[in-house]
Write a protein that binds this ligand. Structure first.
Ligand SMILES: [Zn+2]
Length: 139
């Protein structure tokens, strides 16, 4: 029974489905899954895995799809992890930022990874140049 359950877990069958098929309780299947330490369907990410997701996302600027492929995990799992991180973002500067703009860090050719897009520093520089140009014409 135990090896049957382990085999099914390794094939990616869901805990509830295995319990139903074999006529055992969900708790039994769950206990064996945890005790074996294998990566079963529906298992939560460990703290180390979450840290790795954040590292790839924020420092490397990778997409959810790329991280999922690199770590051999489903996209939805990575997506939920990233989502939970972003819902914790608190803006202390009082700027209103649409969550849409915070989703994924983008790489500005001049300023590196930025969370706000378009890059605030580049936009500021553009406006400054425009301002100087306009003043130059009038003077
Ligand atoms: Zn920039």
């Amino acid at each position: 029974m135990r090896s049957n359950i382990l085999g099914r877990l390794q094939d990616g069958e869901r805990l509830g489905d295995i319990a139903n098929t074999l006529g055992v309780t969900y708790g039994t299947v769950h206990a064996i899954a945890i005790e074996s330490g294998i990566r079963y369907s529906g298992k939560h990410l460990t703290a180390a895995e979450k840290a790795e997701v954040n590292r790839q996302r924020i420092i490397d600027g990778r997409s959810i799809r790329q991280i999922a492929a690199a770590m051999g995990l489903p996209k939805s799992k990575i997506g939920r992890c990233v989502q939970s991180q972003f819902s914790r973002v608190v803006d202390t500067g009082g700027t209103h930022v649409s969550p849409r703009n915070l989703r994924r860090p983008k790489r500005c050719p001049e300023h590196g990874l930025v969370r706000l897009w378009p890059c605030v520093a580049c936009e500021g520089e553009k406006r400054r140049k425009l301002f100087l140009l306009q003043r130059g014409r009038k003077a």
